[in-house]
Ligand binder design. Sequence first.
Ligand SMILES: Nc1ncnc2c1ncn2[C@@H]1O[C@H](COP(=O)(O)OP(=O)(O)OP(=O)(O)O)[C@@H](O)[C@H]1O
Ligand SMILES: [Mg+2]
Length: 276
Amino acid sequence: MTPPLLSVRDLRISFNSLSGPFDAVRGVSFDLGREKLGIVGESGSGKSMTGRAIMRLTPHAATVHAERLQLGDLNLLNAPEKTMEHIRGKRIGLIMQDPKFSLNPVVSVGEQVAEAYRIHTKGSAAEARSKAVAMLDAVRIRDPERVYRMYPHEMSGGMGQRIMIAMMLVSEPEILIADEATSALDVTVRLEILNLLDEMVSKRGLGLIFISHDLNLVRHFCDRVLIMYRGHVVEELKAGDLDQAAHPYTRGLLEAMPRIHAPRRRLPVLKRDPTW
Ligand SMILES: Nc1ncnc2c1ncn2[C@@H]1O[C@H](COP(=O)(O)OP(=O)(O)OP(=O)(O)O)[C@@H](O)[C@H]1O
Ligand SMILES: [Mg+2]
């Protein structure tokens, strides 16, 4: 068996609050290969924190512990900050949930994509520019030459998301963590972006962590799914096997989804058990 690209064991993240420590992530473990791994779970279940911990970008107030956080032969837990700067963007890309906060407001969006290419590949300015334009085109930005010169405040939410995707893909990382990366896109553009990501996985062997609220989307797009609830993984399934989910939380999520061919008068309310 080929070794995983990324291996996470017993990841724990806690915050100190006035009322004592709060455990945001409570022992998450998984391996990532050259595949599309979905992470679903309700708001606050620790999905983004898990993604950020892999990049060592958790808030200062957070305490992170793990038995293992391994990228190939590199131990991310004790890698020096200098090494992490090389890892971020080049080996692991992270598309944050709100792209507007991640873009520099005073640099044109095209230059930011070109800069991401130059930092990580040391290519010439002209090469970076043409790569950036091609990448903007690949994420379905219309008139990429014009948009190249525009600034983040001139972008719509969906354009901002696509700029971030372009910025993260242009340096061809081994792993991409997409945190609600397509949530602001309309259905047709979303499909095209998902196709692009899919191509990156199947042709280039990218390992994709796809964080989403949307169980239906994840079920159709991903190969494997982790279901998170209150900071831990309650169930892990092949996407095609979701219907056979055993955990009551996953079953509750599935039950709570409307079905076009079997409409119901009322959708059931998900009952949560404090022991989960
Ligand atoms: N800076 C912080 N200080 C204290 N608690 C925090 C901080 N940032 C996040 N948390 C807590 O960590 C938990 C997990 O947050 P996280 O952002 O990972 O959730 P999520 O699953 O990504 O949710 P969403 O679907 O809403 O994005 C939440 O309960 C949140 O309140
Ligand atoms: Mg989140």
